[in-house]
Ligand binder design. Sequence first.
Ligand code: SF4
Length: 405
Amino acid sequence: MKASFPHMGCVTGYKKLLEKLGHEVIMPDPPSQKTMELGVKYSPEFICFPFKVMMGTYIECAQKGAELIVSSGGAGPCRAGMYPDVHQKVLQELGYNTRVVVFDSLFQDFHAFYEKVKIVKNGTPNYKLLGLAKFCYNLIKKMDKLEKRMKIMRAYEINQGDFSNAWKDIVKMFEKCETTREVNRTYKKALEIFDAVPCRKVEESQRIRVGIVGEIYVIMEPTVNKNVEEILNNLGVEVENVQYISDWVEHNIVPQWLPFPKSHRVFRMSDKVAPLNCGGHDKENMGWVYDFAKRGFDGVVHLMPFACLPELVNLGKFPAISKELNMPIMSLSLDEQMGEAHVKTRLEAFTDLIKSKHFAKQRSTIGDAIGLKAQSAARKVGSKAQEVKDNLAPAPHTPAKQLTK
Ligand code: SF4
């Protein structure tokens, strides 16, 4: 079958899995302005921005002949639960014979989950399917680890663009991997490539770190968020994004009551201010904000799609949370009209703010340390002076009678 998927961050894992299941893969293009306009044209007006971008991508894939589109989604109180049916209906009305299959957490309805697996596995026996899933999971896990590392190291590259170019080469290397051994070998080679990139040496105290939270699609797809992570890295800021595909898989496969992966613990960190999940990742995002503050991050960038209800709930809470945690949080609302220049200007201003806050805090810490040292030195000098004074004092008066004896 000719199969495709929405473009969402690094897509090598999806491509590999579908290829190994015997599908002919129709590669989706990264969403462009044209994709967004196409999506806006054929989507219900009230619906949230990711739906529209995905709609545009699905139409482009259907135009290229895709018969099957595989995606991940969510049920729950927000509009995520509407995505599969409405996308399917729009494609049908436009005359495309393309089937949309959306996977939810397997704990929600295992029977429905397995029915979808049967469509996608394309006759592959279950034992082989498990092996392929393991291979692809290892590949995406390794690629995600590298991407996380790049978003820290890129903040210190001497020649701008070195890491992004290296990453493009690394992705091509992973695309050629057919076995787990090749994936592991490529991972080691990729680490060497990163280590060879010339970087500035920066002391621990000089590192500026920002966390990225928000709706999963907009925080994972750089063309939709206008390259927020790369812009921040170019401003000398380390970035930690809370969503990667391997993390999403772990979060949805490992039972919630277990303490790992970390996202399960983080989910519970927001119980005080977000007792309910409004849909999407709003509760988890709130937990991550507390986690970033606990780890001493300098700020948080919150990316929310236009018309996203769960992130709108978070937006309303963030001013008070920011004050409570003494950590700046900047929210960016994204839609098809958002330009890169606007995002860049906002991020530059935010970076200036967090940098000045970071160094002011450091100066006051140094000032406090000097003050404490000075106080203790003064105390020591004072006690010494007292000692000297005591020694210099005339000896107690001796009666004359005693002297003549
Ligand atoms: S989380 Fe927000 S953007 Fe995503 S489906 Fe729900 S309402 Fe739409």
